[in-house]
Design a protein around this ligand. Structure first.
Ligand code: GLY
Ligand code: MN
Ligand code: MN
Length: 440
């Protein structure tokens, strides 16, 4: 059995159970349509809907759909519009298509007709952005929450085919990160480094799983920095680079962060220290571990470093208890990764729904589930010098414990984040990003 065939078998089993549990007897899943730009005749870049891509790794066929009725072969309608303004993506090829009943349709109403021939007038769930069904007269319940919740819960556990796609997305990502590291050493601008990343992985900006963060110096203190400065920084003005960028493979994401120093010295040592702490945290990924506990462990690692570097003169445990570390690490340690960079279902209590409580201390933590084999999570601790958070620390009760002149000097470096993608295995973990570095 091919990896895709085994994946499909799991998907069929999951959908059969989820449809039965929620009293639906068929499902139609849309690939989505590009959204129009207000007041214009252009469209925003198209992104295939993840629930569709999980069945059919078609990333450039908007208007397609997948219809499934338990016990029948799934129907895949590939939309190939007859349009001389735009070119349809190539007709898909591959062994995986043999497992589906494939229809090539030039008009979306023909896709709906083929779906209805399978699902009939049964109780059908219709999944995807509701806007894509406008004017198509497709009967069914749109995005029923009980069904969507079950599917989201199950999606946290990746099939071997999905893990392989994430692994390949990591290989592409590592190759592109290495190109950027070389470009940074040559003094290229954020803008040029962004182009290098794309050229090295062979993807367009719109094909990446999320907008690449390419942040020089203090820009690294903005967690999702989104600009690309055109200026090349020279001499002592070129200090650091934080790159948080991933690639896509068959619709699955990698999410990788590396931080570079322009020269050996205090900041490069800090990067090495944080990387060692990050690797210790990665090694703690294992079945049965509540991810929220690792979040606290990350704060203890950060506290240990702040004490060791002499930036905060407090015992590490006391620093964590007093929330001093929150001023340097204001985000979650990680999240589920898969068809979306922040994959769904990280806070679900069970297949029937309910949100796991987020720890009061960490209200932004996206992953509160206990780890299980097959989950892929990111591990991405950071230490940043963020003006607004430092101002709060400076006006708080622990201000005297902080070495402000050194913090002031480090503000120009922005921050450090190191991020890997880690698979939970039956007895521990497999770091997909470090593994990719071995083969890239
Ligand atoms: N690249 C976004 C994140 O790391 O969560
Ligand atoms: Mn991430
Ligand atoms: Mn990231």
């Amino acid at each position: 059995m091919t990896p895709y065939a085994a994946h499909l078998r799991t998907l069929l089993r999951r959908y059969d159970a989820a449809l039965a549990a929620t009293d639906f007897d068929a499902v139609v899943i849309g690939a989505g349509m590009p959204a129009g730009i207000f007041g214009d005749d252009q469209e925003h870049p198209y992104r295939a809907e993840p629930r569709f891509v999980q069945w059919a790794p078609l990333l450039a066929h908007p208007g397609s759909l997948l219809a499934y009725r338990p016990g029948r072969k799934p129907v895949l309608c590939v939309h190939l519009p007859d349009d001389y303004w735009h070119q349809a993506a190539p007709v898909p090829e591959g062994e995986w298509l043999q497992l589906l009943d494939v229809h090539l349709v030039s008009e979306r109403r023909l896709a709906v007709k083929a779906a209805l021939a399978l699902t009939g007038l049964r109780h059908t769930a219709v999944l995807g952005d509701p806007a894509q069904w406008a004017g198509l007269d497709l009967p069914g319940v749109v995005n029923p929450v009980p069904l969507v919740t079950r599917l989201d819960y199950d999606r946290a556990i990746k099939t071997p085919w999905e893990v392989d796609n994430i692994r390949r997305a990591n290989v592409l990502g590592i190759v592109a990160h290495e190109a950027v590291a070389e470009g940074f050493a040559q003094g290229l601008s954020e803008f040029e480094l962004g182009l290098l990343f794309l050229a090295a992985c062979g993807q367009t900006d719109a094909e990446l799983p999320y907008p690449a963060i390419i942040a020089a110096n203090e820009n690294g203190a903005t967690l999702h920095y989104q600009h690309r400065r055109r200026e090349r920084l020279t001499g002592s003005r070129r200090r650091s680079l934080l790159v948080d960028a991933g690639c896509s493979f068959a619709g699955y994401a990698s999410d990788i962060t590396r931080t570079h120093a322009a020269r050996p010295g205090e900041f490069s040592t800090m990067i090495e220290d944080l990387e060692r702490a990050q690797q210790r945290l990665c090694r703690r990924i294992a079945p049965g571990v509540p991810f929220a506990g690792l979040q606290l462990a990350a704060h203890h690692e950060v506290a240990g470093l702040l004490a060791r570097w002499g930036l905060v003169r407090m015992a590490p445990g006391e620093m964590v208890d007093a929330c001093v570390t929150d001023h340097f690490l204001p985000h979650g340690l990680g999240h589920l990764l898969g068809l979306q960079v922040h994959d769904v279902g990280g806070g679900l209590a069970g297949p029937g729904g309910g949100e796991l409580p987020r720890p009061d201390r960490f209200p932004r933590l996206r992953l509160t589930r206990t780890l299980e084999p097959g989950q892929v999570v990111t591990v991405e601790p950071g230490i940043y010098f963020i003006d607004s958070l430092l101002a709060r620390l400076r006006s708080g009760p622990h201000r005297r414990a902080v070495d402000w002149p050194r913090i002031e000097a480090l503000r120009g470096y922005g921050g450090i984040r190191i991020e890997d993608d880690v698979l939970v295995t039956d007895d521990g973990c497999d770091n997909l990003t470090r593994g990719a570095a071995q083969v890239a």
